[in-house]
Design a protein around this ligand. Structure first.
Ligand code: BYC
Length: 324
């Protein structure tokens, strides 16, 4: 449900003066009642900026996330696998577009956001700075990376900002197919040869810890979490969502027949939750700050896509102007 419309003058008309304290109060009442903030509602500048930051990072992650899997499109082992992977990579493009549209409702400009990504003034998920070395990586990205994305993003369907929450509903539906296709691919490989099973295990060994890092730093080192949760943008802390992911994934690993690369994984009988070993947070910092295995390559490719295809934007803009 959206916030009740504010009694405001039409654009351009002087209208009655609006009391800033009343606007703030109405915003807070909307959040407290767990109603949605919509684009035309008044919102504090910090709320708007936080949303643009998070939604833009999320959109960039979807677009950059097309690269590691897209690398395998020409080398897919069968027509069926190629069709599945093509559909998945196209879905990621669609997710990026919904999210850039949501950011535009906050006054952001899509081309400007892309420039900020390329100039490294905005981030994208650390996970997409790791290479995809074998076809098993495609399955593991579906299982672990999309699985982590689902844990993180399902609560965002209840985010306090309407356009973001609504975009997340469709994204999460598609992500759950992505996760299943990854798991099905890995199951097929695990029923194959020793060499295929070894490929799957090797991919799990390489992607497990980076997947846990996707959820962000621990809560006590997360500068944005407390305020984002108070505003209802995020619904849970980074640690809770990471824990949910581990609890969901450990039994799936057992069914699959792979070993998660963490000797400290133990079931806490009292809580039913899986305790896991220490995460190397220096690795996350390194990757976020640009020094991961593929950061330079990912950004160079995004830059080339923008520059090489600028003529398409120019032609489309000229065509639209001609027919305006
Ligand atoms: N990688 O205060 P914190 C996908 C940054 S798409 C890079 O906890 P926040 C998929 C963080 O931005 C995956 N940066 O921040 C796509 C902040 O920096 P700034 C993307 C990270 O925002 C295709 C600083 O560290 N998902 O799954 O409260 C195919 C401090 O962190 C990371 C989303 O974007 C990281 N891992 O919480 C398959 C979901 N972690 O901006 C799959 C929406 C932290 O202050 N985003 N940082 O300079 C979120 O839920 C939240 O933004 C986060 C971080 C949980 C990621």
């Amino acid at each position: 449900m959206s916030a009740p419309a504010l009694d405001r003058p039409a654009a351009g008309s002087p209208g009655p003066a609006v009391d800033p304290a009343a606007l703030q109060q109405q915003f807070e009442a909307t959040i407290a009642a767990d109603h949605r903030i919509e684009p035309r509602d008044w919102m504090p500048e910090g709320y708007r900026k936080t949303l643009v930051r998070q939604i833009a990072q999320h959109a960039h992650s979807e677009i950059i996330g097309m690269q590691p899997e897209g690398d395998w499109l020409l080398a897919a082992p069968s027509l069926r696998r190629k069709a599945v992977l093509l559909a998945k990579v196209q879905d990621e493009a669609g997710h990026g577009m919904y999210l850039y549209s949501a950011a535009e409702t906050l006054g952001a400009d899509r081309a400007d956001l892309t420039d900020k990504l390329i100039e490294r003034r905005q981030k994208y998920s650390s996970i997409f700075n790791y290479p995809t070395l074998t076809y098993a990586d495609v399955g593991v990205i579906g299982w672990l990376v999309d699985g982590a994305a689902i844990c993180n993003q399902v609560p965002l369907c209840r985010s306090s900002y309407g356009p973001y929450a609504r975009a997340m509903i469709r994204i999460c539906k598609e992500e759950s197919f992505h996760q299943r296709q990854g798991y099905e691919l890995l199951m097929t490989m695990m029923r194959g040869t020793d060499e295929q099973r070894a490929m799957v295990q090797d991919a799990v060994d390489r992607w497990w810890w980076p997947s846990l890092m996707m959820f962000g730093p621990p809560d006590d080192e997360s500068p944005n979490s407390a305020q984002s949760m108070a505003w209802g943008i995020k619904r849970h802390g980074n640690d809770e969502l990471r824990q949910r992911f581990v609890d969901m994934t450990v039994p799936q690993a057992k069914v699959l027949g792979v070993t998660l690369p963490d000797p400290d994984l133990t079931l806490d009988e009292a809580t039913g939750r899986w305790r896991f070993g220490a995460i190397d947070w220096s690795e996350l910092q390194r990757v976020i700050s640009g020094d991961g295995p593929c950061n330079a390559e990912r950004i160079a490719r995004r830059r080339a896509a923008r520059d090489d295809n600028a003529w398409v934007t120019e032609a489309a803009t000229a065509y639209a102007a001609k027919h305006a």
